[in-house]
Design a protein around this ligand. Structure first.
Ligand SMILES: Nc1nc2c(c(=O)[nH]1)N[C@H]1C(S)=C(S)[C@@H](COP(=O)(O)O)O[C@H]1N2
Ligand SMILES: [Mo]
Length: 277
């Protein structure tokens, strides 16, 4: 047997064992991380298998398992963070709650992969792509723009909504203005650690409520919620609010991000229930 093919088969077996041995939901994200790493190695190795039939067969086994892990991740939010102010859940104007969402008083944590280990002092965000001037901001540099605190609601596509979040940061619009979008720019891809991204209409990023935030409810943004810096786009499902933001790149067309490549909606308006394509 082709040695690469047996290596792939072995990686798949090990990934399956990790998933099967998963002791509890509490450890789910660790399990997903470990199995995901093996599956990524398998995916890389598959490309070198010479026999095309065997390559196709193993490639589909790898991608089926990666798809399973993606779905498990969406379901793996681990409940409210301790110490977070309780958000309102009762006596709320029903018009504020998008269809098929329930209100949560806590603040669930939800993301793919591990937290970044980079320190805030080294953090930069770059505005690039179809701009007149590529600009790179440190966290300190951002604080020279007008700092705002704005209250907004947050809606995750997995069904929870957290109302009355006070986000402190700067408007994305103000960064874009400094970079100067070219007239052909219509869309953006916002990227964040580790290999996450989401696409947005440029016009949505230019609205008053789209922020790059470093504080939530008057507390510094915790690492699990995207600290030191995250995007907040209240008018879209939460997956567009990229945590650990490193780049805003402008395009003249809509380029799918991480979840959009996996079938999620390009626009993602929660009041229109634009969950999937
Ligand atoms: N970098 C990064 N940002 C991300 C995600 C992610 O996986 N990676 N998940 C998104 C999703 S699906 C949601 S609902 C929100 C959750 O934010 P929270 O963990 O602060 O509640 O982050 C979004 N931003
Ligand atoms: Mo989400």
């Amino acid at each position: 047997m082709d040695p690469i093919a047996s290596r792939v088969a072995d990686l798949l077996r090990r990934a399956d064992e990790i998933v099967k041995a998963a002791p509890s939901r509490r450890d789910e994200s660790a399990v997903i991380g470990q199995a995901g790493e093996l599956l990524e190695q398998a995916r890389d190795a598959v490309a070198d298998i010479e026999d095309p039939e065997r390559r196709r067969a193993l490639a589909s086994q790898v991608s089926r398992r990666i798809g399973d892990l993606d779905r498990a991740l969406v379901a793996s939010f681990s409940g409210p963070s301790p110490g977070v102010r309780r958000a309102p859940t009762r006596d709320v104007d029903p018009a504020r709650v998008p269809p098929n969402q329930h209100l949560t008083a806590g603040f669930p944590v939800l993301h793919v992969g591990r937290l970044p280990d980079r320190r805030a002092g080294d953090w930069h965000v770059t505005v690039t792509g179809l701009v007149e001037r590529r600009t790179r901001w440190s966290l300190e540099g951002l604080r020279e723009l007008p700092v705002v605190t704005q209250r907004s609601d947050f809606h995750c596509v997995t069904g929870w909504s957290r109302l009355d979040n006070d986000w402190t940061g700067v408007r994305v619009r103000d960064l874009l203005e400094q970079a100067g979008p070219k007239p052909t720019a219509t869309h953006a891809v916002v990227a964040g650690h580790p290999a996450y991204s989401a696409n947005l209409d440029l016009a949505v990023l230019q609205r008053d409520d789209a922020l790059l935030a470093w504080a939530h409810d008057d507390q510094p943004l915790t690492p699990e919620h995207g600290g030191p810096l995250r995007l907040v786009v209240p008018s879209r499902y939460g997956w567009k609010s990229v945590k650990w933001v490193t780049e805003v790149r402008l395009f003249d067309r809509d380029v799918p991000g991480y979840w959009e490549e996996r079938g999620y909606h390009d626009v993602a308006d929660p009041f229109l229930e634009q969950r999937f394509r």
